[in-house]
Design a protein around this ligand. Sequence first.
Ligand SMILES: CC(C)(COP(=O)(O)OP(=O)(O)OC[C@H]1O[C@@H](n2cnc3c(N)ncnc32)[C@H](O)[C@@H]1OP(=O)(O)O)[C@@H](O)C(=O)NCCC(=O)NCCS
Length: 179
Amino acid sequence: MSDDRLEGVTVRPMTEDDWPAVRAIFEAGIASGDATFETTPPTWEQFDAAHRPDLRLVATVDGKVAGWVAAVPYSARAVYRGVAEESIYVDPSLQGRGVGRALLETMIAASERAGVWTLQAGVLPENGASVTLHRALGFREVGTRERIGWHRGRWRDVIVFERRSALADRPDGGEALAP
Ligand SMILES: CC(C)(COP(=O)(O)OP(=O)(O)OC[C@H]1O[C@@H](n2cnc3c(N)ncnc32)[C@H](O)[C@@H]1OP(=O)(O)O)[C@@H](O)C(=O)NCCC(=O)NCCS
């Protein structure tokens, strides 16, 4: 991490009022070409319907939204209820200064408290910042799905990362998290 790490990064739950800023940061991520296969951001209603209400966070710097992270359920099947997939985006003007790390650290803690036993992410191999961030915070590479996406006229690989909750693997973990 460079000496440019920002002081005063606050991470808090996302609200609907944050949506214009969240959407703009998502659009910048789409434009980067190595963040997502999405081509346009969703509406608030689509975003709201897809993402877990308890796992949506924004980072703010001087009161302004600097980045966000949110998770969708991996599956509607009960056996997978503790599996969620996160997406993380930081304002391009503030990338590389610790905002992503602050967001993902807080998301990991929030997800564990919420009973998530496996937090996962799909990352394009060209996305060095995201690969480094996920490795640094204890995600392991499950593997690379080769040529899984046809994106902007070429085949793209996706690295699947997952992070196992420490709470889940306590001796009583499975029982504690079971319904
Ligand atoms: C990926 C992203 C969320 C990371 O957030 P960030 O605020 O830029 O990252 P941070 O400053 O917190 O750095 C996180 C780690 O990655 C490293 N890193 C940052 N930028 C990097 C880069 N360009 N290449 C390699 N490593 C990098 C940092 O050194 C840091 O590691 P450390 O804390 O162990 O020193 C952010 O760059 C981003 O929004 N990118 C565009 C959207 C996107 O790609 N989202 C991810 C989709 S999977």
